[in-house]
Design a protein around this ligand. Structure first.
Ligand code: PGA
Length: 246
């Protein structure tokens, strides 16, 4: 089963619009021929139009880092999937651990957002992952199964075939502690096994958590790992290009 890798950059709350444009100027030529994978960059909301303009007619797709599930309405401060679609986004990160930790997101909100994203024609990148506490308590498998099943329950086979999953162990995010390729591959097997969908074998599961140019090769050597969701190392065009071109 060959699954085309996806390399996604999560910029979190970094960069201005001008910095976004200058990132793309440097990044574009470095990935012009990177046909072996799909590339997605997820800047903060205000920089999405600048990113979409800079990515036009390139192989780079643009995604948001969050969205709300309603189509429109009195939801001050929120942004809908169709608004993202209308400004050129094709992807959206859903349920990142920072959203779960600081903004009260749960499997229920993840599922509502995933369904709304699919409905608007966006590709959801659904994030799952255990905390250090979960891992030390021997709960990694049950947390992953709970995140996967809770965040995607009731998806039709067609909807399921359009999602991406990102496995991001919370203890590896922004800490410089990457999961070893073996630990990541074990988790990816648990995740794939958590879905009873016939298309589970084609599901692409990205690894995220302190991915850097010097550890991407080892991670991608694991057949279970289908790409990466990269935070800090995606902010620099040379560093993210060398991850893309692992
Ligand atoms: P990091 O972040 O690469 O900086 O660890 C990954 C993420 O949170 O998506």
């Amino acid at each position: 089963m060959s699954r085309k890798p996806v390399m996604a950059g999560n910029w979190k709350m970094y960069k201005t619009a001008a910095e976004t444009t200058s990132f793309f100027e440097k990044f574009r030529p470095l990935v012009e021929r990177s046909e072996h994978c799909e590339i997605v960059i997820c800047p903060p909301f205000p920089n999405l139009p600048a990113a979409a303009a800079a990515a036009k007619d390139t192989r780079v797709a643009v995604g948001a880092q969050n969205m709300f599930w309603a189509k429109e309405g009195a939801f001050t401060g929120e942004v809908s999937a169709s608004m993202l679609k209308s400004i050129g986004c094709s992807h959206v990160i859903i349920g990142h651990s920072e959203r779960r930790q600081y903004f009260g997101e749960t499997n229920e909100t993840v599922l509502k957002k995933t369904l709304a994203a699919l409905d608007a024609g966006l590709t959801p990148i659904v994030c799952v992952g255990e905390t250090l506490e979960d891992r030390e308590a021997g709960q990694t498998e049950s947390v992953l199964i709970d995140h996967c099943q809770g965040g995607t329950s009731g998806l039709s086979a067609e909807q399921f075939s359009k999602i991406l999953i990102a496995y991001e162990p919370v203890w590896a995010i922004g800490t410089g502690k990457t999961a070893t390729p073996e630990i990541a591959a074990d988790a990816h097997r648990v995740i794939r096994g958590a879905f009873s969908q016939p298309a589970a074998n084609s599901l692409r599961i990205l690894y995220g958590g302190s991915v850097k140019p010097d550890n991407i090769k080892g991670l991608m050597a694991q057949p279970e790992i289908d790409g990466a969701l990269v935070g800090g190392a995606s902010l620099d065009p040379i560093s993210f290009a060398s991850i893309v071109n692992f």
